[in-house]
Design a binder for this molecule. Structure first.
Ligand code: DOR
Ligand code: ZN
Length: 429
């Protein structure tokens, strides 16, 4: 059946679109884009006053299934993705069993196909069991649809292991996404090492614990020729290293999360809010400012959430015992809109690059644009919708957001995945 999306403000820099046009969809593809379109028998959706962009993709999401369904599962967390305006997410491999072979990739794909509310692009572990000891079954995983390799949640500790994994795995032409954390240096660090950690009596997680591995992995990318993507970058110096790598022409990209852009260690106080315990930790105001600069100047390639659902009882434990991570899928678009677009720092075109086209490019996915022939993966949002982040409204199974109470502007209203509606007027379908 045909679907006609009328009167939305379409923004898509890849086809130089920034204006009000109609979009006609047949089956799973866009078949026409233009002014005043009509189509007999088509279902018409009037989107006057809303923005329409290529479907948003979050390339760093923990869906928790298989194994950690008490935190969240593929159904609940893809519902959160749809509510947040995403048409697809890349799932992280720190599941149980670990996503380190084709069977687990196939399991994730089949559950997503049966119960998912968005596309799921699974990543696979670089090493078996995320142990950093033996290379995972990379070829098997790629044959089953794995889009990238990462030991996220932990990171590979040995430089030699990292080199062997990249040297071997580069034949599959997938990106290696690196969670940079030197375990020996970081130890039991809880929050950024500095005045705040000292004042609160918490063990510090030093910036160098991340930066050392960023430096190492850029060198190994140069040595092996494999594509490297630095995950959830959190420090100014780390970003400078990525900049230098790019200037050298190395195939190095990086991502930043809204929490590392818009929250700092100063938000952590004597209430010891465990929702603010994330890995890598919230850093200094100077780091956050530098990351925002990087988002604006193109040094940061993608905005991701590192959506990390945890059960209430886990986050209710003492700060040192609570797990790292916060959810993010349902606040990401509004945080970027409120803090970067509505403040005039960047336009929706750059937002589309950061949240849609670049993540697809890095993961080697089919590009999506608002043009005839493209897959009809589309996000529609109301840029002026004012709302307050409240845990009662989350579609996610988890409530561990660090932004509860924030007053934000902008909310996804409608999402189409391959021409099928997954969000209608703010309600997950
Ligand atoms: O804060 C985090 N939580 N960072 C990670 O790298 C892993 C994630 C999780 O799995 O909970
Ligand atoms: Zn990580």
């Amino acid at each position: 059946m045909a679907l006609l999306l009328k009167n939305a403000h379409v923004v898509d820099p890849s086809v130089e679109l920034d204006g009000i046009v109609d979009v006609l969809i047949e089956n799973d593809r866009i078949v026409n884009v233009g002014e005043g379109l009509s189509a007999e028998g088509a279902e018409v959706v009037d989107l006057t006053g809303k923005y329409l962009v290529p479907g948003l993709v979050d390339m760093h999401v923990h869906l928790r299934e298989p194994g950690f369904e008490t935190k969240g599962d593929i159904e609940s967390e893809t519902a959160a993705a749809a509510k947040g305006g995403f048409t697809g997410v890349c799932s992280m491999p720190n599941t149980d069993p670990v996503t380190d072979n084709g069977v687990v990739i196939e399991y994730i794909k089949s559950v997503a196909a049966a119960k998912g509310h968005c596309r799921v692009y699974p990543s696979g572990a670089m090493t078996r069991g995320l142990k950093g000891e033996i290379i995972s079954e990379m070829g098997d995983m790629v044959a089953h649809g794995c889009v990238a390799f990462t030991d996220d949640g932990r990171g590979i500790q040995g430089a030699g292991m990292m080199r062997r994994a990249m040297d071997y795995g580069k034949m599959f032409d997938k990106v290696f996404m690196s969670h940079c954390q030197d375990e020996d240096l970081v130890g039991d660090g809880q929050i950024n090492e500095g005045a705040v950690s000292t004042r609160l009596g918490l063990l510090g997680w030093p910036a160098e614990g991340e930066e050392l591995q960023i430096a190492r992995d850029i060198m190994i990318a140069e040595l092996t020729g494999a594509k490297l993507h630095i995950q959830h970058i959190s420090t100014a110096r780390g970003l400078d290293m990525v900049r230098a790598a790019k200037a050298k022409g190395l195939p190095v990209t990086c991502e930043a999360t809204p929490h590392h852009l818009f929250l700092t260690e100063d938000a952590i106080d004597g209430t010891y809010d465990t929702c603010l315990k994330v890995n890598p930790p919230l850093r200094t105001a100077a780091d956050a400012e530098a990351l925002i600069e990087g988002v604006l100047d193109g040094s940061v390639d993608a905005i991701v959430t590192d959506h990390a659902p945890h059960a209430d009882w886990e986050k209710s434990r003492e700060f040192e015992l609570a797990p790292f991570g916060m959810i993010g899928l349902e606040t990401s678009l509004a945080l970027i809109n409120t803090n970067l677009v509505k403040t005039g720092k960047m336009g929706y075109g750059r937002m589309v690059e950061l949240m849609s086209s670049k993540p697809r490019e890095i993961l080697g996915l089919e590009p999506v644009s608002i043009a005839a022939g493209s897959l009809a993966d589309i996000t529609v949002f109301d840029a002026d919708a004012a709302w307050t982040v409240s845990e009662d409204e989350f579609a996610s199974h988890a409530k561990n957001s660090g932004f509860k109470g924030a007053e934000l502007l902008g909310r996804a209203t409608d999402v189409f995945v391959g021409g099928k509606r997954t969000l209608a007027d703010g309600v997950v379908c």
